[in-house]
Design a protein around this ligand. Sequence first.
Ligand code: C5P
Length: 221
Amino acid sequence: FGPQRLSGQNVVVTAGGTQEPIDPVRYIGNRSSGKMGYAVAQAAVAMGANVIFISTRPELPVPAGLHKMIYVETAAQLQGTVSSVFEGADVVVMAAAVADFKPAQYVTHKIKKQPNTTEMQLTLDRTPDILATLGQQKTHQFLVGFAAETDDLLQHAQTKLAAKNVDLLVANDVSQHDRGFGVDQNAVTLLQPNAVPETLALADKSVIATQILERVAELLA
Ligand code: C5P
């Protein structure tokens, strides 16, 4: 133990919400601020890890001490990038809010309002579930997933833990305004296969991030 608990570990962290383009000026996005992922990347550096950080948020300050910073926009780009570094990873923390659907077609010009129409249809396709794919492919990698829920938090989280074959699932209630999306604080429950869930009290995301990674370090040891 000690402050360098993840020293020598290659840790991949993803952060932010993906943006799925409709046309050159519009996209489908979500309310993820990226703050939790940024806190995890920073905490992993502080614990001595070699951190590859993949983010959708180029406007946020780059955490100091990263091994590598990579920006992506779409779920497809995120998947390609995560796959390319997965082999060499010891730990992957999927904090990114990946879109579940993307426009079936990208229109290369700005879509115009049609006169006298009050409706427009947009067809969406499912995106790949990156974490579930990693869960199937993993050999030695330790996988951490997040689950943002508005209802039946623990039940949904328990289902995801198993369905995605992850080693640690961080369940996040996003129905309350003082925690979760966009704000600096969070309260989460940690779930592991065959263990009693542990709820961490409301705290700064930096504190929560360190607690999550301490759990990871314990389980790796
Ligand atoms: O199923 P749900 O989206 O709630 O699962 C959340 C977890 O799965 C997060 O860790 C997220 O990064 C990951 N995820 C993913 N690919 C998707 C959807 C979610 O990796 N298409």
